[in-house]
Write a protein that binds this ligand. Structure first.
Ligand SMILES: *Cc1c(COP(=O)(O)O)cnc(C)c1O
Length: 289
């Protein structure tokens, strides 16, 4: 399960990109995609070590994390249950979850807020149940994400990644610190008011001068887009053959080009963009394309 993974670094040769490399974590697996694979790796190992047989987790109806957990569970011979935020719906993501054998419990938004309580109520006396927080946020997840840095063969002046909860960002910062790299870590929160990401990162690793947050590329907030972003995605994919999604990775690639345009990044400096995967999330925005 955790042998060798396929995540090459590829150079984007096409204009207007200069010196832009992409870490293709999206290629690790179509369903356990990108950073979700990184985040779940040590969580799953912990669950197995504790002889747990059912993974219990939480997410919205278009959560990449739910599909990843469902796929991981079925491939590891484990059962899985998800508390899905909101009223009962059907969609492509939940269809995949069901195919992988995940039990779905639709949960009203008020009860959903207290995840520990939901776990206790439904699985409190099930010794085999293993709690995984929404999005997999945990120290184990940061360790998995820090391994992205171990895999880099050359120096990059700038490393770019998006943030939802900031767990992946924390892992990357930790990796950069552990390896004493001089790279700058640029984090693009996809939510409005993303400065809380700093507090989230600080739970796992001390803040350092490596870190720079860019708060103005949220395009209206989580799962929000603008016609400009949609147009950007179409052009980007047509010109590079690389798929990006409107919720996460498109906001990162947009920011890179924008910062280059403003000369905030030198033309000769090497940039690494982490493609965190999550392409299935596009199905939640079919009508926009
Ligand atoms: C979940 C997800 C993220 C957010 O990761 P965090 O660790 O929560 O910041 C980023 N990109 C993609 C594609 C995702 O699916």
């Amino acid at each position: 399960m955790f042998e060798k993974i396929y995540s090459p670094v590829q150079k984007l040769e096409l204009l207007p990109f200069t010196n832009l490399f992409v870490k293709r974590d999206d290629l690790i697996d179509p369903y356990i995609s990108g950073n979700k694979w990184r985040k779940l790796k040590y969580i799953l190992l912990k669950a197995q070590k504790e002889h747990k047989t059912r993974l219990i987790t939480f997410g919205g109806a278009y959560s990449n994390h739910l599909v990843a957990t469902a796929a991981f569970a079925s491939r590891s011979g484990l059962k899985s249950t998800a508390f899905v935020r909101g009223e009962s719906v059907k969609n492509e993501m939940l269809m995949l979850c069901s195919l992988f054998g995940m039990e779905l419990i639709f949960t009203d938004r008020e009860s959903y807020k207290d995840k520990k309580r939901l776990f206790e109520k439904h699985f409190g006396d099930d010794e085999q149940a293993f709690f995984i927080d929404e999005g997999g946020a945990s120290i184990e997840a940061t360790i998995g994400c820090s391994e992205i840095i171990n895999e880099l063969a050359i120096h990059y002046d700038h490393i770019f990644c998006v943030a939802g909860t900031g767990t992946t960002a924390a892992g990357l910062l930790k990796g950069i610190q552990d390896h004493n790299l001089k790279s700058k870590l640029h984090i693009i929160p996809v939510l409005k008011g993303g400065s809380f990401i700093k507090d989230e990162i600080e739970k796992y690793t001390p803040l350092s001068e490596h870190l720079e947050l860019h708060l103005d590329y949220h395009f209206g907030g989580y799962a929000k887009t603008t016609p400009e972003l949609i147009e950007f995605i179409k052009l980007f994919t047509t010109n590079t053959g690389l798929l990006i999604d409107p919720i996460y990775t498109a906001k990162m690639f947009f920011s890179i080009i924008d910062l280059q345009k403003q000369n905030l990044i030198g033309a000769n400096e090497k940039i690494l963009a982490i493609h965190t995967g999550g392409l299935l999330g596009m199905f939640g925005m079919k009508d926009k394309f």
